[in-house]
Design a protein around this ligand. Structure first.
Ligand code: CMX
Length: 432
């Protein structure tokens, strides 16, 4: 894996130089102040982390390196992994070298399949994915070498080895989970000539799925790959890895966070929502009916899945890319059309809901993807977050490789009690 390893090395050198300059310019400079509201409010808006793989601008959305989502939508996920790790897109030789590398490292161990097959039949596929990764932990190259004794400067190299081993096995693991959980349990062999996304499409074995579905998988795996460092799953993964728990532990932990309905599980909730509208109002539902359904949902005290975001303040560009794909391949599909109608009515409703309390009334990535997967015959919603997870593992890996390469320490912010906060308020009153 010489191209990738060399370019990560170059990226680390550049990032270290930048940090040296930043420190020389003012290590004690205040970047962000913390209010009481932020301490009690999920640390929203608190600038307290550095992540050099990607950046989310509230108004232009996700940027990976210098690129926006729109500029990357036609790429392969393998190229995006390279970009996340190195800050640049790869040259022409990379894809074939990477494919060979993944071919050599592929093959989920039999004990993982055995473990997955004995789980209760109703185990959630995200639990299966997380357990599947964790079951392979004893194969960690990082752990084996750490126990022998390795230099801190080399941690990232062993973390990269673990990353490549996991990435090579992921499509097979995810597709196998689908086949065990929802089909006859017979696994479909990977094709060493295919790319990462096309292999996943192949091994899922959906009847009639062809090139268009492989294209959807490629787009899906590109669009979900990373979303800077503070989201639940990426942050969890980084915190775990910062204790030098190896990447298997860190990925499994990140996936457990992704499995929550306010995070990655929202995409299955979105399709459920769309199908509920379809069931209640029929295929030819009009915008007024959709509006009423949304209002009834809010009146029942529920959130509208796929809308809102902790950072974004515009329509998520990833949502737009999925809608463009849908326009091309399934503009007549009833679910796609309901997703479109929701886009027409939900933002205006959320703008005034709860006295304008919703910070972002616009759709996020999850609002469109489910309707496309459903159109291609992937009608097991519980599986959708697994696809999100397969993609997001690229981000977990890249973030942890770079953090190890930069020698970042264990993450350990300070927590305080109500009593401490109350005393601080009193102290401030006395001093003012
Ligand atoms: N429907 C109804 N109410 C919503 C809402 C939505 N889609 N989005 C936000 N709100 C409400 C919140 O519940 C909150 O109400 P309370 O203060 O009464 O609890 C209020 O608006 C303010 O919340 P916010 O500051 O706008 O949003 P947060 O940063 O706290 O939360 C998110 C962000 C995504 C969890 C939230 O918008 C949400 O629950 N959306 C629906 C679920 C979803 O689509 N999640 C996927 C996000 C993408 C991802 O991370 O994968």
């Amino acid at each position: 894996m010489s191209i990738l390893r060399n370019e990560i090395k170059n990226n680390l050198t550049q990032l270290k130089d930048e940090i040296d300059q930043i420190f020389a310019g003012g290590r004690d400079t205040v970047l962000s102040e913390v209010t009481v509201g932020q301490v009690y409010g999920g640390m929203r808006g608190l600038t307290a982390l550095v992540c050099n793989t990607s950046f989310v601008d509230p108004y232009s959305g996700l940027h990976i390196g210098e690129y926006t989502v729109e500029e990357l939508a036609d790429r392969f996920p393998e190229e995006i992994f390279f970009l996340l790790c190195t800050g640049k897109l790869p040259g022409p030789d990379f894809l074939s070298e990477f494919r060979n590398e993944l071919n050599e490292r592929s093959g989920v161990p039999q004990y993982t399949w055995d473990m997955l097959r004995v789980l209760p039949k109703d185990t959630h596929p995200m639990s299966m994915l997380s357990l599947g990764i964790l079951s392979m932990e004893q194969e960690s190259i990082f752990k084996k070498n750490y126990l022998k004794g390795i230099a801190k400067a080399d941690y990232w190299k062993y973390t990269l080895e673990d990353a490549l081993n996991v990435i090579a096995k992921l499509p097979e693991l995810a597709a196998g989970i689908y086949r065990i959980r929802f089909c006859d349990g017979k696994l479909i062999a990977r094709d060493p000539e295919l790319d990462w996304a096309a292999n996943l499409a192949l091994m899922l074995g959906l009847p009639g799925s062809g090139k268009e579905f492989a294209n959807l998988m490629r787009l899906y795996l590109v669009l979900h790959c990373d979303h800077e460092g503070g989201n639940v799953s990426a942050f969890t993964s980084r915190v775990v890895n910062s204790a030098l728990s190896d990447l298997y532990y860190a990925i499994s932990a990140g996936l457990n966070g992704l499995a929550g309905p306010l995070h990655g599980l929202a995409n299955q909730e979105c399709l459920r929502f769309i199908l509920a509208i379809k069931e209640k109002c029929g295929d030819d539902v009009d915008e007024n009916q959709v509006k009423q359904f949304v209002l009834d949902t809010l009146d029942a005290g529920k959130v509208i899945p796929g809308y809102g975001h902790a950072v974004l303040r515009v329509t998520d560009p990833r949502f737009k890319e999925f809608m463009n794909f849908g326009k091309q391949y399934c503009a007549d599909d009833a679910c796609y059309q309901i997703a479109e109608k929701l886009f027409h009515v939900v933002p205006d409703i959320l703008k005034t809901y709860k006295g304008g309390k919703v910070a972002n009334p616009w759709p996020n990535v999850d609002a469109a993807s489910g309707s496309l997967l459903y159109k291609f015959g992937l009608n097991q919603f519980d599986f959708y977050t697994v696809l999100f997870g397969v993609s997001r593992v690229l981000g977990f890996c890249a973030q942890n490789i770079l953090a190890q390469g930069l020698g970042q320490p264990i993450i350990r912010p300070k927590s305080v009690t109500n009593k401490w906060v109350a005393e601080k308020l009193m102290e401030n009153k006395v001093n003012s």
